[in-house]
Design a protein around this ligand. Structure first.
Ligand SMILES: Cc1cc2nc3c(=O)[nH]c(=O)nc-3n(C[C@H](O)[C@H](O)[C@H](O)COP(=O)(O)O)c2cc1C
Length: 171
């Protein structure tokens, strides 16, 4: 299994997946990584809806403008956070942490992933049936990278240079 640095260094968004299902233990490890992630005051302000049903995956792929990667995924984890309130900024930060943990755990097991933004939270609620005190804004597709899209994940990471983002001691 690859180490943490290798997972961070090599992780790219993967949007095309093989038809292979993910073994149950792989799915459980991904979700457990999310469950174990840190959060403000250890509030753990999340619920995860783990979708493997193909029909539901296809419907989820229509809940945003850039969610086509969901339709062919082996697993989609919809991250729920509490309905909008004064702590929502922290809830979204914490949800992002759980997303990173899940994606890096997946990467370490050779599983690709891609985040997705939900533009239709109410239709997503109807589809998944969660209560009104939760909201869905983000999801993550998971699956084995499709080798027929061999260039995906291979490109140079479009990241800012180290010196462009790091300030030592003061700006
Ligand atoms: C908050 C957030 C929302 C995102 N929403 C989408 C999305 O709706 N659809 C999509 O294809 N990618 C989405 N992405 C993935 C980003 O496009 C991707 O992480 C970024 O371009 C870096 O890709 P790379 O690691 O392959 O360089 C999202 C990423 C984040 C962090």
């Amino acid at each position: 299994m690859m180490d943490v640095w290798e997972a961070i260094r090599t992780k790219r968004a993967i949007r095309h997946f093989t038809n292979d299902p993910l073994p149950d233990e792989v799915v459980e490890r991904i979700l457990d990584a999310g469950r174990r992630s840190q959060s403000s005051k250890n509030s753990q302000p999340w619920q995860f809806v783990a979708v493997r049903d193909r029909d539901t995956l296809q419907k989820l792929s229509r809940m945003g403008d850039y969610l086509s990667h969901v339709a062919g995924a082996a697993l989609c984890v919809v991250i729920l956070v509490p309905a909008e309130n004064e702590r929502s900024a922290w809830h979204m930060f914490d949800a992002g942490q759980s997303a990173s943990y899940m994606q890096l755990a997946a990467q370490a097991m050779g599983v690709g992933s891609c985040l997705g933004t939900i533009y239709q939270p109410e239709a997503t609620r109807d589809l998944l049936g969660f209560p009104a005190d939760w909201q869905a804004r983000l999801l993550i597709s998971f699956g084995y990278p499709d080798p027929n899209h061999e260039r995906q994940g291979q490109g140079k990471a479009g990241r800012q240079n180290f010196d462009e983002v790091v300030h030592w001691d003061r700006w």
